[in-house]
Design a protein around this ligand. Structure first.
Ligand code: URA
Length: 261
């Protein structure tokens, strides 16, 4: 089923907020305003995008990138080798209850890389990330950016195996899985990374501050622009924050446009 842009925004829960075509104001400032018109599809020109970006330096410290630490065998894997190693991985206790490891899905030459937390029950069965309710919202978020699963986007998780009961993955589990995600990022070379929720932020930026304090700022991982936003499962429970997530996606798109200059 193909949705119109308005239906997608309804799906994201951010209509009837409307954005001014020329100024792209802060969405939270418009919360509750049904009289202001927003044009979410407005992609700024590159020079406009660069001007809109804050000049602040990255605030979080990512894990050292490959060039700054000793090489490991995972660093040289190609996609089929990586997929095999992840499928057979026994590096942490999550392997004991998984039905299958979930590597990731999407375009192997993407502009966008979205990183979530870990597979849930449905993902564990289907072997694909974000196929449940949170996945439907993520798809709507992608559609609102005019992108779709498999086309210019890759979706991965901080851990590849389902944490029992869908609990948050532990730090040690994310650390055990990190070499795989790190290799995925190196192979994918995305132009922008979007971290969905606290676990992804912990895995990539090693920062445990609140999402509210981390979002809205530009970060970088291995030279790749990166933004932080809320996890879709959180947004399903906290509807007012969908507007902030939408603002974060617009921010990410501005960073992507600026990085393409
Ligand atoms: N939540 C995630 O973070 N990842 C998935 O794959 C599914 C739900």
């Amino acid at each position: 089923m193909s949705l119109s842009r308005e239906q997608m925004l309804v799906e994201m829960g951010i209509t009837p907020i409307w954005v001014l075509r020329d100024s792209e104001p802060s969405v939270p400032a418009l919360e509750g305003r049904e009289d202001v018109v927003v044009e979410p599809a407005h992609a700024p020109a590159p020079e406009e995008a660069a001007a809109l970006l804050p000049e602040t330096a990255p605030a979080a410290r990512p894990l050292p990138d490959v060039a700054l630490r000793p090489m490991t065998p995972v660093d040289t894997l190609n996609w089929p080798e990586l997929a095999k190693q992840v499928a057979e991985c026994r590096a942490c206790p999550l392997c004991e209850q998984r039905k299958q490891a979930v590597l990731g899905v999407g375009d192997l030459n993407p502009d966008w890389l979205f990183i979530g937390e870990g597979p849930g029950a449905e993902e564990d069965v289907k072997g694909e990330p974000f196929v449940g309710q949170a996945g439907k919202l993520l798809d709507a978020m992608l559609a609102s950016l005019d992108i779709a699963r498999g086309n210019r986007v890759y979706i991965a998780n901080a851990v590849k195996c389902r944490p029992p009961g869908n609990r948050t993955p532990e730090a040690a589990e994310m650390a055990a899985c990190w070499p795989y995600l790190e290799r995925q990022i190196a192979l994918l070379k995305p132009k922008i990374i979007v971290l969905l929720g606290k676990a992804a932020v912990h895995a990539v930026l090693h920062d445990d501050k609140s999402l509210a304090s981390l979002r809205g700022k530009p970060y970088e991982y291995a030279g790749i622009p990166l933004v932080v936003t809320y996890h879709p499962a959180y947004l399903l429970r906290n509807l007012p924050d969908k507007a902030k997530a939408w603002e974060d996606l617009l921010f990410a798109r501005r960073m992507l446009v600026a990085s393409n200059q």
